[in-house]
Design a protein around this ligand. Structure first.
Ligand code: CTP
Ligand code: ZN
Length: 150
């Protein structure tokens, strides 16, 4: 039994748990958390049985839409969303890699037009495990080990 929470409980909002520790700042950036004025607390390098080291983010008074939150599935596939209302966990949700990934992944192909002109990148999900995304423009596949988040 844990004696205390490592990061304080919140009254209302969203707790994003089970983020791989090394991807905390990618998740913050994908969700645009730098740009909102809600209270945000986070912890990193916390012990986790599943992940070894995990991060957790708590965003007060924020409830994410599915397409917003599913962006993080590429860097935190095991993430669990806990929706908090009046201090109680009222819902738990998993994240899912979307079928179309628009605007936040770099194409692995150096010759791809998206690497030379200001064009929004666009990929189709080919495979989840291991991750593989096909570029809409050059049709080359970008895989897990070459994944770069813009
Ligand atoms: N939490 C919070 N504020 C609350 C209630 C819960 O910040 N008012 C956080 C808890 O600290 C925990 C997460 O939300 O990190 C999920 O809470 P809970 O389901 O009670 O914890 P666990 O059973 O440990 O969750 P799981 O095993 O599903 O990860
Ligand atoms: Zn491409």
């Amino acid at each position: 039994m844990e004696k205390e929470l490592k990061v304080s409980a919140i009254k209302d909002g969203t707790v994003i748990d089970h983020i791989p520790a090394q991807n905390l700042f990618k998740v913050i950036s994908l969700l645009g958390l730098e740009n909102i004025s809600n209270q945000i607390t986070f912890g990193t390098n916390l012990e986790s049985h599943k992940l070894g080291r995990k991060s957790i983010i708590k965003v007060a008074d924020k409830f994410f839409a599915d397409d917003e939150i599913n962006k993080i599935a590429l860097v935190a596939p095991e993430a669990k969303l806990n929706i908090i209302r009046n201090y109680e966990v009222v819902e738990k949700r998993a994240v899912e890699v979307p079928n179309e990934i628009i605007g936040y992944v770099r194409c692995f192909n150096p010759k791809c037009v998206t690497n030379h002109q200001p064009i929004t990148t666009r990929f189709y999900l080919v495979n989840k495990h291991p991750l593989s995304l096909r570029c809409h423009y050059c049709e080359k596949e970008t895989t897990e080990e070459h994944l770069v988040i813009l």
